[in-house]
Design a protein around this ligand. Structure first.
Ligand SMILES: Nc1nc2c(ncn2[C@@H]2O[C@H](COP(=O)(O)OP(=O)(O)OP(=O)(O)O)[C@@H](O)[C@H]2O)c(=O)[nH]1
Ligand SMILES: [Mg+2]
Ligand SMILES: [Zn+2]
Length: 351
Protein backbone atom coordinates (compact mmCIF):
# COMPACT_ATOMS: atom_id res chain seq x y z
CA UNK A 1 0.00 0.00 0.00
CA UNK A 2 1.01 3.53 -0.50
CA UNK A 3 2.98 5.45 2.07
CA UNK A 4 -0.15 7.14 3.02
CA UNK A 5 0.10 9.46 5.93
CA UNK A 6 2.69 11.91 4.72
CA UNK A 7 1.36 12.22 1.18
CA UNK A 8 -2.14 12.75 2.43
CA UNK A 9 -0.89 15.49 4.72
CA UNK A 10 0.73 17.40 1.88
CA UNK A 11 -2.37 16.96 -0.21
CA UNK A 12 -4.39 18.36 2.60
CA UNK A 13 -2.38 21.55 2.60
CA UNK A 14 -2.51 21.96 -1.18
CA UNK A 15 -6.18 21.29 -1.71
CA UNK A 16 -7.79 22.60 1.41
CA UNK A 17 -6.54 26.04 2.32
CA UNK A 18 -9.64 27.01 4.27
CA UNK A 19 -9.86 25.78 7.84
CA UNK A 20 -13.28 24.27 7.31
CA UNK A 21 -12.04 22.29 4.37
CA UNK A 22 -14.49 23.78 1.87
CA UNK A 23 -13.15 24.15 -1.66
CA UNK A 24 -14.07 26.73 -4.26
CA UNK A 25 -16.77 25.26 -6.49
CA UNK A 26 -16.99 28.02 -9.08
CA UNK A 27 -14.45 26.65 -11.51
CA UNK A 28 -15.72 24.13 -14.01
CA UNK A 29 -13.89 20.91 -13.33
CA UNK A 30 -13.36 17.95 -15.54
CA UNK A 31 -15.38 14.95 -14.45
CA UNK A 32 -14.44 13.75 -10.95
CA UNK A 33 -11.48 16.07 -10.60
CA UNK A 34 -12.68 16.76 -7.09
CA UNK A 35 -12.82 13.08 -6.19
CA UNK A 36 -11.06 12.12 -2.99
CA UNK A 37 -8.47 9.41 -2.77
CA UNK A 38 -9.32 6.53 -0.47
CA UNK A 39 -8.06 3.12 0.52
CA UNK A 40 -10.36 0.10 0.62
CA UNK A 41 -10.41 -1.49 4.08
CA UNK A 42 -13.04 -4.17 3.62
CA UNK A 43 -15.71 -5.34 1.19
CA UNK A 44 -19.07 -6.71 2.27
CA UNK A 45 -21.62 -7.70 -0.39
CA UNK A 46 -21.13 -4.71 -2.65
CA UNK A 47 -20.59 -2.25 0.20
CA UNK A 48 -16.99 -1.10 0.43
CA UNK A 49 -15.57 0.59 3.50
CA UNK A 50 -12.82 3.03 2.61
CA UNK A 51 -10.52 5.33 4.51
CA UNK A 52 -10.45 8.94 3.32
CA UNK A 53 -7.98 11.68 4.22
CA UNK A 54 -5.83 9.01 5.79
CA UNK A 55 -3.19 10.25 8.18
CA UNK A 56 -4.89 13.61 8.75
CA UNK A 57 -7.05 14.81 11.61
CA UNK A 58 -10.05 14.42 9.32
CA UNK A 59 -9.34 10.77 8.60
CA UNK A 60 -12.58 8.79 8.56
CA UNK A 61 -14.22 5.67 7.21
CA UNK A 62 -16.74 6.11 4.44
CA UNK A 63 -19.04 3.43 3.03
CA UNK A 64 -19.19 3.41 -0.77
CA UNK A 65 -20.39 1.37 -3.70
CA UNK A 66 -18.94 0.91 -7.16
CA UNK A 67 -20.24 3.39 -9.69
CA UNK A 68 -21.64 2.06 -12.93
CA UNK A 69 -18.79 3.50 -14.96
CA UNK A 70 -16.38 1.04 -13.36
CA UNK A 71 -18.16 -1.74 -15.22
CA UNK A 72 -17.03 -5.20 -14.24
CA UNK A 73 -13.75 -4.06 -12.78
CA UNK A 74 -13.36 -5.50 -9.30
CA UNK A 75 -12.43 -3.45 -6.27
CA UNK A 76 -10.57 -5.30 -3.53
CA UNK A 77 -9.09 -4.64 -0.11
CA UNK A 78 -5.95 -2.54 -0.41
CA UNK A 79 -7.07 -0.79 -3.59
CA UNK A 80 -6.51 2.95 -3.81
CA UNK A 81 -9.64 4.46 -5.33
CA UNK A 82 -11.28 7.80 -6.10
CA UNK A 83 -14.58 8.42 -4.35
CA UNK A 84 -17.23 11.09 -4.91
CA UNK A 85 -20.57 11.94 -3.34
CA UNK A 86 -21.32 11.95 0.37
CA UNK A 87 -17.94 11.59 2.05
CA UNK A 88 -19.10 12.69 5.49
CA UNK A 89 -18.80 9.21 6.93
CA UNK A 90 -22.14 9.69 8.71
CA UNK A 91 -24.35 6.63 9.25
CA UNK A 92 -26.52 5.63 6.27
CA UNK A 93 -24.54 7.67 3.75
CA UNK A 94 -23.15 6.10 0.61
CA UNK A 95 -20.32 7.43 -1.55
CA UNK A 96 -19.43 6.24 -5.05
CA UNK A 97 -16.15 4.79 -6.27
CA UNK A 98 -15.37 6.19 -9.71
CA UNK A 99 -11.82 5.06 -10.35
CA UNK A 100 -9.33 2.41 -9.22
CA UNK A 101 -5.65 3.42 -9.23
CA UNK A 102 -3.11 1.19 -10.86
CA UNK A 103 -2.07 -1.60 -8.47
CA UNK A 104 1.54 -2.07 -7.39
CA UNK A 105 0.89 -5.75 -6.60
CA UNK A 106 -2.00 -8.19 -6.79
CA UNK A 107 -2.31 -11.40 -4.85
CA UNK A 108 -4.42 -13.79 -6.91
CA UNK A 109 -5.59 -17.29 -6.57
CA UNK A 110 -8.01 -19.62 -8.24
CA UNK A 111 -10.35 -21.86 -6.26
CA UNK A 112 -8.49 -24.86 -7.67
CA UNK A 113 -5.95 -25.52 -10.41
CA UNK A 114 -8.54 -26.14 -13.14
CA UNK A 115 -10.47 -23.02 -12.34
CA UNK A 116 -9.95 -20.40 -15.06
CA UNK A 117 -11.58 -17.75 -12.90
CA UNK A 118 -8.99 -15.77 -11.01
CA UNK A 119 -9.85 -14.04 -7.81
CA UNK A 120 -7.79 -11.11 -6.72
CA UNK A 121 -7.49 -11.42 -2.96
CA UNK A 122 -5.73 -8.17 -2.07
CA UNK A 123 -4.09 -5.28 -3.95
CA UNK A 124 -0.98 -3.20 -3.24
CA UNK A 125 0.41 -5.35 -0.41
CA UNK A 126 4.18 -5.69 -0.06
CA UNK A 127 4.44 -8.85 1.98
CA UNK A 128 2.67 -12.21 2.12
CA UNK A 129 2.59 -13.73 5.60
CA UNK A 130 2.08 -17.46 5.12
CA UNK A 131 0.55 -18.55 8.41
CA UNK A 132 1.01 -22.22 9.30
CA UNK A 133 0.20 -23.90 12.60
CA UNK A 134 2.90 -26.28 13.83
CA UNK A 135 0.03 -28.52 14.93
CA UNK A 136 -3.76 -28.43 15.08
CA UNK A 137 -4.16 -28.25 12.10
CA UNK A 138 -1.04 -30.12 10.96
CA UNK A 139 1.37 -28.17 8.75
CA UNK A 140 1.21 -28.94 5.02
CA UNK A 141 4.55 -28.16 3.41
CA UNK A 142 3.17 -28.48 -0.14
CA UNK A 143 0.66 -25.78 0.65
CA UNK A 144 3.42 -23.55 2.01
CA UNK A 145 5.29 -24.13 -1.26
CA UNK A 146 2.25 -23.11 -3.25
CA UNK A 147 1.84 -19.93 -1.24
CA UNK A 148 5.51 -19.13 -1.80
CA UNK A 149 5.02 -19.55 -5.53
CA UNK A 150 2.05 -17.17 -5.34
CA UNK A 151 4.14 -14.63 -3.42
CA UNK A 152 6.99 -14.75 -5.93
CA UNK A 153 4.54 -14.51 -8.81
CA UNK A 154 2.90 -11.47 -7.23
CA UNK A 155 6.26 -9.83 -6.54
CA UNK A 156 5.52 -9.89 -2.83
CA UNK A 157 8.02 -10.74 -0.16
CA UNK A 158 7.13 -13.94 1.72
CA UNK A 159 7.16 -14.14 5.51
CA UNK A 160 6.73 -17.53 7.15
CA UNK A 161 4.66 -17.30 10.35
CA UNK A 162 4.69 -20.54 12.33
CA UNK A 163 2.02 -20.49 15.04
CA UNK A 164 1.13 -22.73 17.99
CA UNK A 165 4.75 -23.45 18.95
CA UNK A 166 3.34 -24.52 22.34
CA UNK A 167 2.05 -27.65 20.57
CA UNK A 168 5.03 -28.72 18.40
CA UNK A 169 8.61 -27.64 17.62
CA UNK A 170 9.36 -25.43 14.61
CA UNK A 171 12.82 -26.77 13.79
CA UNK A 172 11.89 -29.55 11.30
CA UNK A 173 9.78 -27.23 9.17
CA UNK A 174 12.32 -24.42 9.33
CA UNK A 175 14.99 -26.79 8.07
CA UNK A 176 12.98 -27.43 4.91
CA UNK A 177 12.82 -23.72 4.17
CA UNK A 178 16.36 -22.74 5.21
CA UNK A 179 17.80 -22.86 1.63
CA UNK A 180 15.17 -20.35 0.51
CA UNK A 181 16.36 -17.76 3.01
CA UNK A 182 12.81 -16.67 3.82
CA UNK A 183 12.16 -14.43 6.82
CA UNK A 184 10.24 -16.26 9.50
CA UNK A 185 8.80 -15.81 12.95
CA UNK A 186 7.58 -18.44 15.41
CA UNK A 187 4.67 -17.58 17.70
CA UNK A 188 2.47 -19.00 20.44
CA UNK A 189 -0.75 -17.59 21.76
CA UNK A 190 0.28 -17.21 25.41
CA UNK A 191 3.40 -15.26 24.39
CA UNK A 192 1.45 -13.08 21.98
CA UNK A 193 -0.64 -11.98 24.93
CA UNK A 194 2.31 -11.10 27.16
CA UNK A 195 4.67 -9.52 24.58
CA UNK A 196 1.99 -7.83 22.47
CA UNK A 197 3.30 -9.66 19.40
CA UNK A 198 6.39 -7.44 19.30
CA UNK A 199 8.48 -10.11 17.54
CA UNK A 200 5.93 -10.30 14.71
CA UNK A 201 5.59 -6.53 14.50
CA UNK A 202 9.30 -6.24 13.78
CA UNK A 203 8.60 -7.79 10.37
CA UNK A 204 5.64 -5.58 9.56
CA UNK A 205 6.68 -1.99 10.05
CA UNK A 206 6.16 0.54 7.29
CA UNK A 207 4.56 -1.85 4.83
CA UNK A 208 1.42 -3.77 4.20
CA UNK A 209 1.21 -7.49 4.94
CA UNK A 210 -1.50 -9.99 4.01
CA UNK A 211 -2.02 -12.93 6.37
CA UNK A 212 -3.12 -16.09 4.56
CA UNK A 213 -3.47 -19.74 5.54
CA UNK A 214 -5.88 -22.55 6.29
CA UNK A 215 -8.81 -21.99 8.59
CA UNK A 216 -7.85 -22.36 12.25
CA UNK A 217 -4.10 -21.70 11.95
CA UNK A 218 -4.46 -18.54 14.06
CA UNK A 219 -4.46 -15.63 11.60
CA UNK A 220 -7.07 -13.64 13.47
CA UNK A 221 -5.51 -14.49 16.84
CA UNK A 222 -2.31 -12.88 15.52
CA UNK A 223 -4.00 -9.85 14.03
CA UNK A 224 -5.92 -9.29 17.27
CA UNK A 225 -2.64 -9.30 19.20
CA UNK A 226 -1.08 -6.92 16.68
CA UNK A 227 -3.99 -4.46 16.68
CA UNK A 228 -5.40 -4.74 20.21
CA UNK A 229 -7.98 -1.99 19.73
CA UNK A 230 -9.76 -4.03 17.10
CA UNK A 231 -10.88 -7.51 18.19
CA UNK A 232 -12.30 -9.87 15.57
CA UNK A 233 -13.85 -13.22 16.42
CA UNK A 234 -11.64 -16.30 16.48
CA UNK A 235 -12.84 -19.88 16.15
CA UNK A 236 -11.94 -23.27 17.56
CA UNK A 237 -10.38 -26.11 15.62
CA UNK A 238 -12.49 -29.27 15.45
CA UNK A 239 -10.73 -31.90 17.58
CA UNK A 240 -11.76 -34.76 15.30
CA UNK A 241 -11.24 -33.37 11.79
CA UNK A 242 -8.44 -30.96 12.73
CA UNK A 243 -10.16 -28.27 10.67
CA UNK A 244 -11.00 -24.72 11.50
CA UNK A 245 -14.53 -23.38 11.23
CA UNK A 246 -13.99 -20.60 8.69
CA UNK A 247 -14.65 -18.01 11.34
CA UNK A 248 -13.35 -15.06 9.33
CA UNK A 249 -15.52 -14.41 6.28
CA UNK A 250 -14.07 -11.24 4.78
CA UNK A 251 -10.67 -9.61 4.34
CA UNK A 252 -10.05 -6.57 6.53
CA UNK A 253 -7.13 -4.11 6.52
CA UNK A 254 -6.08 -2.71 9.90
CA UNK A 255 -3.41 -0.14 10.66
CA UNK A 256 -0.82 -1.21 13.19
CA UNK A 257 -0.53 0.99 16.27
CA UNK A 258 2.63 3.14 16.32
CA UNK A 259 5.58 1.46 18.02
CA UNK A 260 6.19 2.46 21.65
CA UNK A 261 8.22 5.64 22.12
CA UNK A 262 7.47 7.11 18.68
CA UNK A 263 6.56 10.81 18.64
CA UNK A 264 2.96 11.45 17.57
CA UNK A 265 2.85 13.15 14.17
CA UNK A 266 6.25 11.84 13.09
CA UNK A 267 6.54 9.81 9.91
CA UNK A 268 6.93 6.57 11.82
CA UNK A 269 3.78 7.27 13.80
CA UNK A 270 1.80 7.90 10.61
CA UNK A 271 3.17 4.93 8.75
CA UNK A 272 3.45 2.02 11.16
CA UNK A 273 2.30 -0.52 8.56
CA UNK A 274 -0.91 -2.37 7.75
CA UNK A 275 -2.05 -5.91 8.35
CA UNK A 276 -4.76 -7.63 6.35
CA UNK A 277 -6.63 -10.53 7.92
CA UNK A 278 -8.22 -12.88 5.36
CA UNK A 279 -10.64 -15.82 5.51
CA UNK A 280 -9.00 -19.26 5.72
CA UNK A 281 -8.83 -20.97 2.34
CA UNK A 282 -9.49 -24.61 1.53
CA UNK A 283 -7.11 -24.68 -1.40
CA UNK A 284 -4.82 -22.34 -3.24
CA UNK A 285 -5.09 -22.78 -7.02
CA UNK A 286 -2.13 -21.67 -9.11
CA UNK A 287 -3.38 -22.05 -12.67
CA UNK A 288 -2.38 -18.48 -13.52
CA UNK A 289 1.28 -18.64 -12.42
CA UNK A 290 4.12 -17.73 -14.76
CA UNK A 291 7.16 -19.94 -13.87
CA UNK A 292 9.64 -17.32 -15.10
CA UNK A 293 8.44 -15.00 -12.34
CA UNK A 294 9.16 -17.70 -9.79
CA UNK A 295 12.69 -18.21 -11.13
CA UNK A 296 13.14 -14.46 -10.93
CA UNK A 297 13.04 -14.89 -7.14
CA UNK A 298 16.17 -17.08 -7.43
CA UNK A 299 18.79 -14.61 -8.70
CA UNK A 300 21.57 -17.18 -8.20
CA UNK A 301 19.86 -19.64 -10.57
CA UNK A 302 18.16 -17.35 -13.09
CA UNK A 303 21.28 -16.59 -15.19
CA UNK A 304 21.85 -20.34 -15.54
CA UNK A 305 18.61 -20.76 -17.46
CA UNK A 306 19.93 -19.02 -20.62
CA UNK A 307 21.31 -22.38 -21.81
CA UNK A 308 18.04 -24.23 -21.14
CA UNK A 309 16.04 -25.62 -24.07
CA UNK A 310 13.05 -23.51 -25.10
CA UNK A 311 10.13 -23.74 -22.68
CA UNK A 312 12.26 -25.77 -20.29
CA UNK A 313 10.33 -27.00 -17.27
CA UNK A 314 13.67 -26.91 -15.37
CA UNK A 315 12.98 -30.45 -14.29
CA UNK A 316 14.04 -32.39 -17.39
CA UNK A 317 17.29 -34.06 -18.53
CA UNK A 318 18.37 -31.16 -20.79
CA UNK A 319 17.85 -28.48 -18.16
CA UNK A 320 20.99 -26.35 -17.93
CA UNK A 321 20.59 -25.73 -14.22
CA UNK A 322 22.25 -29.03 -13.23
CA UNK A 323 25.47 -27.98 -14.99
CA UNK A 324 25.10 -24.49 -13.52
CA UNK A 325 25.11 -25.97 -10.00
CA UNK A 326 27.88 -28.47 -10.80
CA UNK A 327 30.03 -25.54 -11.96
CA UNK A 328 29.59 -24.05 -8.53
CA UNK A 329 27.42 -21.03 -9.46
CA UNK A 330 24.71 -21.99 -6.98
CA UNK A 331 23.95 -24.44 -4.19
CA UNK A 332 22.35 -27.79 -4.95
CA UNK A 333 19.84 -27.17 -2.15
CA UNK A 334 18.67 -24.03 -3.92
CA UNK A 335 18.01 -25.88 -7.16
CA UNK A 336 16.21 -28.58 -5.22
CA UNK A 337 14.01 -25.95 -3.56
CA UNK A 338 13.25 -24.23 -6.87
CA UNK A 339 12.23 -27.55 -8.43
CA UNK A 340 10.09 -28.38 -5.44
CA UNK A 341 8.30 -25.03 -5.70
CA UNK A 342 7.76 -25.33 -9.45
CA UNK A 343 6.39 -28.86 -9.06
CA UNK A 344 4.06 -27.76 -6.27
CA UNK A 345 1.94 -26.37 -9.10
CA UNK A 346 1.14 -29.93 -10.08
CA UNK A 347 0.37 -31.25 -6.60
CA UNK A 348 -3.21 -31.62 -5.47
CA UNK A 349 -4.48 -28.18 -4.59
CA UNK A 350 -5.38 -28.71 -0.96
CA UNK A 351 -2.07 -30.23 0.12
N1 LIG B 1 -2.52 -23.79 21.29
C1 LIG B 1 -2.58 -22.70 20.52
N2 LIG B 1 -3.77 -22.34 19.98
C2 LIG B 1 -3.80 -21.23 19.21
C3 LIG B 1 -2.64 -20.44 18.95
N3 LIG B 1 -2.99 -19.43 18.13
C4 LIG B 1 -4.31 -19.56 17.89
N4 LIG B 1 -4.82 -20.64 18.53
C5 LIG B 1 -6.21 -21.12 18.54
O1 LIG B 1 -6.57 -21.61 17.27
C6 LIG B 1 -7.97 -21.41 17.03
C7 LIG B 1 -8.19 -20.75 15.68
O2 LIG B 1 -7.67 -19.43 15.70
P1 LIG B 1 -8.15 -18.28 14.69
O3 LIG B 1 -7.31 -17.08 14.99
O4 LIG B 1 -9.61 -18.11 14.70
O5 LIG B 1 -7.73 -18.91 13.28
P2 LIG B 1 -7.90 -18.27 11.81
O6 LIG B 1 -6.68 -18.65 11.06
O7 LIG B 1 -8.22 -16.83 11.90
O8 LIG B 1 -9.15 -19.10 11.24
P3 LIG B 1 -10.24 -18.67 10.10
O9 LIG B 1 -10.73 -17.29 10.41
O10 LIG B 1 -11.31 -19.72 10.22
O11 LIG B 1 -9.53 -18.74 8.78
C8 LIG B 1 -8.47 -20.57 18.21
O12 LIG B 1 -9.09 -21.43 19.13
C9 LIG B 1 -7.18 -19.98 18.77
O13 LIG B 1 -7.28 -19.66 20.14
C10 LIG B 1 -1.40 -20.85 19.57
O14 LIG B 1 -0.34 -20.24 19.42
N5 LIG B 1 -1.44 -21.99 20.34
MG1 LIG C 1 -9.77 -15.73 11.17
ZN1 LIG D 1 15.86 -25.51 -17.35
Amino acid sequence: MRRYGKDADEDDIRNRPSPKGSRPRTRIRPKHEDADEAMILTVDRGRLTCLVEAGTKREREVVAMKSRELGRKGVVVGDIVNVVGDLSGEPDTLARIVRVEERSSVLRRTADDDDPYERIVVANAHQLAIVTALADPEPRPRLIDRCLVAAYDAGMEPLLVLTKSDLAPAAPLLETYAPLGISYVVTRRDELETTGAEAVREHLRGRSTVFIGHSGVGKTTLVNALVPLHQRSTGVVNAVTGRGRHTTVSALALRLPPPPGVKPGSKKALDPGWVIDTPGFRSFGLSHIDPSRVIHAFPDLEPGTVDCPRACSHDEPDCALDAWVEDGHAEQARLYSLRRLLSSRESSEGD
